[in-house]
Design a protein around this ligand. Structure first.
Ligand code: 13P
Length: 249
């Protein structure tokens, strides 16, 4: 179902005490009921924070998941492990995973298929690099990322797919895509969903924007017709900033 979503990706930030303090601070605010608010803390704190947020509207999601069910994959976690602690959503394909941990469109296709099979909802991240945009390849790059890791995957459960367009040049740089650039890409993505999937998939899939979303630019981005919310990095580490962004939707 297409819905308004603001998700905070904490990346590798906060220790045990600080993560608990931030969740406490968020839970003390009045979280809206018409916007899905989620956080993706470091894996090691998922279990505890999921328990802390249980029974509230705050969603706790994983930053990553392995494609295999179980086995000799040191340092990894599977879909069933996430489900066993009540975590039913994961980010997949973040540009930092692609850049630093060798995730590719084809390895991501395995992950999206595994998540779908396991009934895990995914926030699938993708986006072009600066060189792609400068050379005018950004639409092609985004199309290839979606085709290889989503459209080409058999029996993908689109009800459990949230898209997050994150242009790499805008992540952590303070440089945001303009509302017009974001809308242009989101409209293109929605047209691809209609063409490669169906009109229903296009109408029902939430497409988030990520990349230097801050309290002072969130409203302009979120007011675009095809922008359904945001995936927030740095500004999600502060309760006031994050809530200002949530309330900008
Ligand atoms: P920033 O908001 O820090 O640019 O990070 C965006 C991001 O990568 C969210 O996943």
């Amino acid at each position: 179902m297409r819905q308004k979503i603001v998700a905070g990706n904490w990346k590798m930030n906060k220790d045990a005490a600080a993560s608990q303090t931030l969740v406490d601070a968020l839970l003390q605010r009045k979280l809206p009921t018409d916007v899905r608010v989620m956080i993706a803390p470091p894996m090691i704190f998922l279990d505890r924070l999921a328990q802390q947020a249980q029974g509230t509207v705050l969603g706790v999601v994983s930053q990553n998941m392995h494609a295999a069910e179980s086995g000799a994959y040191t340092g990894e976690v599977s879909a069933s492990m996430l489900k066993s602690i009540g975590v039913n959503t994961t980010l997949l394909g973040h540009s930092e995973r692609r850049a630093y941990f060798n995730e590719t469109n084809s390895s991501l296709a395995e992950k999206t298929a595994a998540a779908s099979l396991a009934g895990i909802e995914m926030i699938f991240c993708f986006g072009e690099e600066l060189a792609d945009r400068k050379s005018g390849q950004h639409f092609d790059v985004v199309q290839a990322q979606l085709e290889k890791a989503l459209f080409d995957v058999d029996a993908l459960d689109w009800d459990k797919v949230i898209l997050a367009y994150e242009p790499v040049w805008a992540i952590g740089t303070g440089e945001t895509a303009s509302p017009k650039q974001a809308q242009e890409m989101h409209a293109f993505i929605r047209s691809l969903l209609a063409e490669k999937g169906s009109e229903q998939i296009a109408a029902q899939t939430s497409i988030l924007y990520g990349g230097s979303v801050k309290p002072n630019n969130a409203e302009a981005l979120f007011s675009q017709a095809d922008v359904d919310g945001g995936l927030i990095g740095g500004a999600a580490l502060d309760a006031d900033d994050f809530m200002e962004i949530v309330n900008a939707i």
